[in-house]
Design a protein. Structure first.
Length: 170
């Protein structure tokens, strides 16, 4: 019988530390702006699985042996899917590998999961749009957030949040 995996517990790290960690990891994994995350997931011994939309359709399950599966909703648009994968990697690194424990992180509106979800979102934004790369893109493309978002292959809101976080916009 398969055991029930516990939900993630927040790391308690401040947002700036999460961003720095995510950016360092993005660099260490040689993630290029807009590149597919599938090779990274596979290199980390993970699996991507698509499933029909249902509550908690997008989630990550990390087993005792640190192998993991990211379940993605078939209703996600490509940019949403890319962000979701990065978000689930945030759960992997912040809530499962650092404290070395299995988890199942489901997207829910439950109050007890809110802090872990906020941390995973912060991780995903910085992982996909590192500050150095964002500054270079804005210098080359200009401050057009939609064009910059297309460069990074992320939703425009992600770029706007990153631009605001590093002081490129108010």
């Amino acid at each position: 019988m398969k055991s029930v995996l516990p939900p993630p517990k927040p790391s308690g790290l401040p947002a700036d530390k999460i961003r720095k960690f995510a950016e360092a990891l993005s660099k260490a994994l040689r993630l290029k702006p807009g590149a597919s995350l599938k090779p990274i997931v596979e290199r980390l011994k993970g699996t991507l699985v698509k499933k029909e939309p249902e509550p908690g359709a997008s989630c990550i399950e990390v087993q005792e042996d640190e192998k993991f599966t990211i379940f993605l909703s078939t209703s996600n648009f490509p940019l949403e899917e890319r962000f979701t994968i990065a978000h689930e990697l945030g759960h992997l690194f912040l809530h499962s590998l650092l404290p070395k424990r299995p988890i199942k992180a489901e997207h829910s509106r439950a109050k007890e999961n809110e802090d872990a979800e906020i941390e995973a979102h912060e991780f995903a934004r910085a992982f996909l749009v590192p500050e150095k790369d964002l500054r270079e893109a804005v210098a080359k493309i200009g401050p057009d957030s939609l064009a910059v978002a297309a460069h990074f292959m992320v939703p425009q809101q992600v770029v706007l949040q990153r631009m605001k976080a590093i002081g490129l916009i108010q």
